[in-house]
Design a protein around this ligand. Structure first.
Ligand code: PEP
Ligand code: MN
Length: 379
């Protein structure tokens, strides 16, 4: 990575989280101007966002006002003093947005997913020092997200931000996109210098979930929020259910609790250190216990092998899971957690025993987890 330029260096007077507000799409001169002025009046936003070219999943929905709207957005920026941001999906968009004087560009989730487009955009940005925000790809693929950040960085972009907007999921949920916060935490672990902000609106999908998602993002120490804001959300041409009014935006930001990243208070530090030491020793014990458990599992594997008995013993697994969930309840452990934990442990037991039962051919393949298969097929 070339040297990253912290957000504080390119957003004037930034002291807390970076706040981005504005409509999903620019719909008319009036909509942009009024929304921008109302957002500015809250005093809580740094950047005004609006989609000009909207990548819609199905044809026929509102696809943005195109180039003409760039000048509306640029004018709204000049009048309010807010920085402006627009989504770009190819080199033509980059050229037009920069020419119109847009301050910040972002890559949408449907662009990050495609390295050809990311590379084309990166190439078009060589020689500029425009800030670029990279949304996560629609699929829960951390490597694609990191890859896009790297491509832009290699093109000389140092003002880079990652935007977490959730992932498409097959399992149904009330949220529009599955947050998979663990992927964001892993991004922060692998690229600690890249600031990550949360696009709360595209995770929530509905106004009612916005406060809790926004608070959670801040509690995970993300460095900012993007909130779709429209002067008449109910009339919005896209994403109407998740947009809020400038007044609601003002209340939302006011109510959020911005906690500090760390505390130097001596009592806090010593107490937490003591508790963490205790956790460390419990974890070490847990690993020793698990190792002992898997040694027994392997002995059972030898018996299954010599008696030519199937790997899976459904009755035993069903009874075992019921028993562990029941004990978990008496210990006040969450049922879903206990079930997942023992599914994970049982899977590892099956993997170990399969190596014993099928040592003469590639015993790993049939048992590869979805995650391992994904990683193995990475190119
Ligand atoms: C948007 O920001 O309006 C948008 C299209 O988002 P995403 O790329 O996250 O779907
Ligand atoms: Mn949107």
């Amino acid at each position: 990575m070339i040297k990253l330029i912290p957000v504080q260096n390119w957003v004037p007077s930034l002291s807390g989280p970076l706040i981005i507000a504005g409509p999903c799409g620019a719909e008319s001169y009036q909509q942009i101007m009024i929304t921008a002025q109302l957002i500015k009046a809250t005093g809580k936003a740094h950047i005004l966002r609006a989609g000009i070219w909207k990548p819609r999943t199905r044809p026929g929905s509102f696809e943005g006002k195109g180039e003409q709207a760039l000048s509306w957005l640029a004018e709204a920026g000049r009048k309010t003093g807010l920085l402006t941001a627009v989504e770009v999906g190819n080199s033509y968009h980059v050229e037009k947005a920069l020419k119109a004087g847009i301050d910040v560009l972002w890559l949408g989730a449907r662009t990050t997913v495609n390295p050809f487009y990311v590379q084309e955009i990166a190439k078009a940005l060589i020689g500029t020092d425009v800030p670029v925000m990279v949304k996560n790809p629609v699929s829960p693929d951390l490597q694609l997200w990191i890859g896009a950040l790297e491509r832009l960085n290699k093109a000389g972009i140092g003002k880079l931000l990652a935007v977490h907007r959730g992932f498409t999921s097959l399992t149904s949920s009330s949220l529009r996109n599955a947050p998979h916060w663990e992927i964001v935490i892993e991004l922060k672990r692998q690229l600690p210098d890249v600031a990550v902000i949360c696009d709360v609106s595209h995770i929530s999908g509905k106004q009612e979930f916005i406060p809790a998602i926004a608070q959670h993002a801040l509690d995970l120490d993300l460095q900012g929020l993007m909130i779709e804001t429209h002067y008449h959300p109910e009339e919005a041409l896209s994403d109407s259910q998740q947009q809020i009014t400038p007044r609601q935006f003002n209340e939302l930001i006011e109510k959020l609790n911005v906690r500090k990243s760390k505390s130097d208070d001596i009592v806090f530090k010593t107490t937490i250190e003591e508790l963490r030491n205790h956790i460390d020793s419990i974890d070490h014990e847990l690993l020793q216990l698990l190792a002992g458990r898997f040694r027994l599992v392997q002995r059972i594997g030898e018996f299954k092998n010599s008696s030519n008995v199937t790997l899976l013993q459904l009755k035993r697994w069903t009874e075992m899971l019921e028993d562990r969930v029941k004990q978990g309840k008496t210990e006040e452990l969450d049922e879903v957690f206990v079930t997942r934990l023992f599914e994970f442990i049982h899977n590892e037991s099956l993997r170990l025993q399969n190596q014993i039962l099928n040592s003469d051919h590639d015993a790993e393949q049939p048992l590869l987890s979805k995650y391992e298969q994904q990683n193995n097929s990475k190119s």
